[in-house]
Design a protein around this ligand. Sequence first.
Ligand code: OGA
Ligand code: MN
Length: 282
Amino acid sequence: MQIVPSPNVIGAKIQGVDLAQPLSDAQFQQVEAAFNKHAIICFPKQRLSEPQMISFARRFGDVEKIFLKHYAHPHYPEIMYVSNIKENGNDIGHADAGRVWHTDMSYTARPPRATMLYALEIPIDNGKVLGDTLFSSAADAHDALPFETQMRIANLRAIHQVAGRRARTGTGQQDQALRKEQPAVVHPVVRTHPHTGRKCLYVSKGECEGIEGMPKDEALALIDELADHIIDPRFHHTHRWQLHDLLMWDNCTVQHLASLDYQWPQHRRLMHRITVDGTVPV
Ligand code: OGA
Ligand code: MN
């Protein structure tokens, strides 16, 4: 097994491992250590059936049930489709996952430790791959803050709401239904990573609607300032997809953004997605 770190503050690829086969405990420990260290791991050229992907995901913790049930795989409820493909006029999967910078499901009480995407179809236009996924390190962003700011925000807690301040077009009713199912939750603005112990900023403009005990306008200004800081290019890593990449990221250490630069029906993109190991942020 070969771990190749990216030149950025986050990201690595792991070669020489076949995830379709069960990993030994020693192999898995190497993978997990690399995942904790680099926060985004790409395993190129994997050929994974649904059960094989689920088995690999289980090594990291409990596989979660899908929140957006209508996008679940019909035979494997652990897998969600992230896709722009339409069948009979309907989206088969989540077509605009990651439109704004976020960390997955921060609006739930136990957001997933990791998200995995397995690339089954990749949009290509004139030889150029579209649909990059961008990442930014909320851990390095925290470390780069002035000490006074770190002290000022250390014990704050933010309110996260599904489809919070996110600009949405024409789906008001859908958002209301989601909110009914998933009431707002409160999480620390600075999380301590459960495996590395690093401090990570944990706010996003899309989901965070306020800070406990702080006037709303002051809270939103602080959230926006921190959220803008998290996505400073010096903390970035971009993933350019290749067919059969299995990519996984750490939802405490990084935030991410989809570049929705491809279009149905000229371009097709299909990912199998699994989230694992929900934990209460502390
Ligand atoms: C996600 C997500 C981004 C992408 O699946 O959570 O944000 O590029 N995806 O598909
Ligand atoms: Mn996401």
